[in-house]
Write a new protein. Structure first.
Length: 184
């Protein structure tokens, strides 16, 4: 959501505070709260979000409801406001849980190398080969996101998969269930 308001801010007259600045000010405060809570346990993060973030979100929603009818949808600000309005329920869901991120930046950053490299993968010989590449890539990025060294984790699970018989055996091999030292 922030990116669209930054784009709207860029087209404002230089040296003047505009409506995009008002939205960005509130959004930046929300991100500041998240920075403060980065290392907090989920329960503490949830309580702080309810106490500190929810009032800011209420202010942002009030600003949004007041501003939307007053801006043309084709302008940069109009596009930002319309995007925020149409995605509001999904964008504010993070305050309902201490384990939810404020944005999807981690997911976007994880797929960025795949998006950049997709031209290299255009030459997969078969659709099944392309699917296999995507699946392996997903495993590697999931391992990284969970603090695993991908090669060590893959070796660890591939050595243990033949012995897995119960659901619990398979779940124990998931990257978030292995300690980083277990897979090395």
């Amino acid at each position: 959501m922030r990116r669209k308001f930054v784009d709207a801010q860029k087209v404002q007259p230089k040296g003047k505070t505009g409506r995009a600045d008002m939205a960005l000010n509130l959004i930046n405060k929300l991100y500041g709260i998240e920075r403060d809570l980065k290392d907090a346990p989920d329960s503490e993060r949830l309580a702080a979000r309810q106490q500190r973030s929810q009032p800011l979100l209420d202010q942002l929603k009030a600003w949004l409801d007041k501003t939307q009818p007053r801006v043309a949808g084709q302008t940069a600000l109009g596009k930002a406001v319309n995007y925020l309005t149409s995605n509001w329920s999904r964008l504010v869901r993070y305050v309902e849980g201490g384990n939810l991120p404020i944005d999807n930046n981690r997911a976007e950053n994880a797929i960025r190398p795949f998006v950049i490299g997709r031209k290299n993968w255009l030459f997969s010989d078969t659709p099944k080969g392309a699917t296999a590449s995507a699946q392996i890539y997903s495993l590697i990025e999931t391992a990284k996101a969970n603090g695993q060294e991908p090669y060590a984790w893959l070796r660890y699970i591939l050595e243990r998969l033949p012995a897995a018989q119960r659901l619990e055996d398979y779940e124990a091999l998931l990257p978030w269930n292995c300690s980083p030292n277990t897979a090395t």
